[in-house]
Design a protein around this ligand. Structure first.
Ligand SMILES: NC(=O)c1ccc[n+]([C@@H]2O[C@H](COP(=O)([O-])OP(=O)(O)OC[C@H]3O[C@@H](n4cnc5c(N)ncnc54)[C@H](O)[C@@H]3O)[C@@H](O)[C@H]2O)c1
Length: 369
């Protein structure tokens, strides 16, 4: 992900007119040789293996954290204490209480703080948000989302992602958190969930282990599914999986409202499908629009030119840099991400107990704003 951020910082000034220059000052990695080689390849001026010294350096204006999640809190807290705006990759941490402490520290600091739920910055998602906020889909009824990958079949060593003790978040906390963020951005806070989570212990192709066996072995989940109730009364169904053959980073959303419906598929990320209740009966149904020209942040304002993962990352980092430079705020912030983590924690508890679990109400009132 450090590679994606490095490319995105280079692209950001071309995507958005920023009134500041971005200098890729120091790239940090725990391993000095990795830091030096990556800094040279990805265009950073310096490298270091001492994140604390870099965070406290007067030469550094903002801090961007792209380590595994178990290190996010310590680095973010140190950066805020040093008066630096912070961008932190998702999940903000793997622990809801820790996430709340980070959100409180960020709010108290008054500094810009943003979390890497990059998919909400996709132009089609921004347009969908406008359509929903204008009331064009009517009252929300139901929301469906899935995030499916087949990476577990092709990657032999999942590294730190394989176990909770090395900071792994599982399919629900890692990729599921993205669709929770998208759901809360578009449809407001989730208030309660009922869930199942499973793993097969890293033996892709074998069947799922029962949940109590997964937990007793401290294994992360390979797949989870949950139903959710939103504060606005609508109902949701979700699934996230690392073991879905043929699904190439496939993120799908479907929303139904009293006046219309919408569909989005990340694998066709320039297309937004919309159906409106007042369409003529003869041609009612989903219409597809190419949306990239409808967005102020696209790098070239013509539909069909193309928006990729790195462009979306550049849009999110440009927004962060703008907020950091101007003393403003940017979203999703630590408080939004803490609420997402609260949902993940509720899903985990529900999967363990089999019961419905309420989501703690950390800033629920403004989630989705
Ligand atoms: N938003 C997205 O689409 C997206 C995609 C992939 C990963 N991520 C997130 O990015 C983060 C990193 O994931 P990744 O896939 O790049 O992991 P990775 O294992 O590929 O890279 C992590 C790097 O951090 C370094 N590191 C570990 N501990 C460190 C420390 N204490 N100080 C300095 N460097 C340290 C490691 O040496 C490694 O080079 C995670 O939070 C992950 O969830 C986000």
């Amino acid at each position: 992900m450090g590679k994606a951020h490095s490319m995105a910082y280079a692209l950001a000034p071309g995507v958005v007119d920023l009134d500041v220059n971005i200098v890729k000052h120091t790239l940090v990695d725990a391993v000095p040789e990795v830091a030096a080689a990556a800094a040279e390849r990805l265009g950073w001026k310096h490298s270091s293996s001492d994140w604390r010294a870099v965070v406290e350096s007067d030469d550094v204006d903002v801090v961007d954290i792209v380590t595994p999640p178990q290190f996010h809190q310590e680095i973010a807290m140190a950066a805020l204490a040093a008066g630096k705006p912070v961008f932190c990759e998702k999940p903000i941490t793997n622990d809801a209480a820790e996430a709340l402490r980070m959100a409180e520290a960020a709010e108290a600091s008054g500094l810009a703080n943003q979390v890497g739920f990059n998919y909400r910055h996709t132009p089609a998602i921004s347009l969908l948000k406008q359509i929903i906020d204008h009331g064009e889909l009517g009252e929300p009824l139901s929301f469906r989302a899935s995030y499916m990958q087949d990476g577990a079949y092709f990657i032999d060593d999942f590294g730190w992602r394989s176990a909770k003790r090395t900071g792994g978040s599982g399919a629900v906390g890692d990729i599921g958190s993205h669709v929770i963020d998208l759901a809360e951005y578009l449809n407001g806070p989730i208030v309660r969930v009922s869930a199942m989570m499973r793993t097969n212990g890293g033996t892709a192709g074998a069947s799922w282990l029962p949940e109590d066996e997964r937990l007793s072995q401290d294994l992360t989940d390979d797949a989870g599914t949950w139903v959710a109730q939103f504060a606005n009364g609508s109902i949701g169904t979700f699934v996230a999986s690392f073991q879905a053959y043929g699904r190439k980073n496939q993120i799908r959303l479907e929303l139904d409202g009293t006046k219309g419906a919408a569909e989005f598929d990340w694998n066709r990320r320039e297309e937004l499908k919309i159906a409106r209740a007042d369409d003529r009966v003869e041609d009612s149904g989903f219409k597809t629009v190419l949306v990239s020209d409808a967005h102020r942040d696209v790098w070239y304002p013509v539909a069909g030119i193309g928006i990729g993962y790195v462009e979306g990352s550049a849009i999110q980092l440009a927004r962060f840099v703008e907020a950091a430079a101007n003393g403003g705020t940017s979203r999703p912030d630590f408080a939004d991400a803490a609420h997402v983590q609260g949902v993940v924690t509720a899903i985990q508890e529900s999967a363990r107990t089999g019961a419905w679990v309420e989501v703690a109400a950390a800033r629920a009132a403004t989630v989705g704003a």
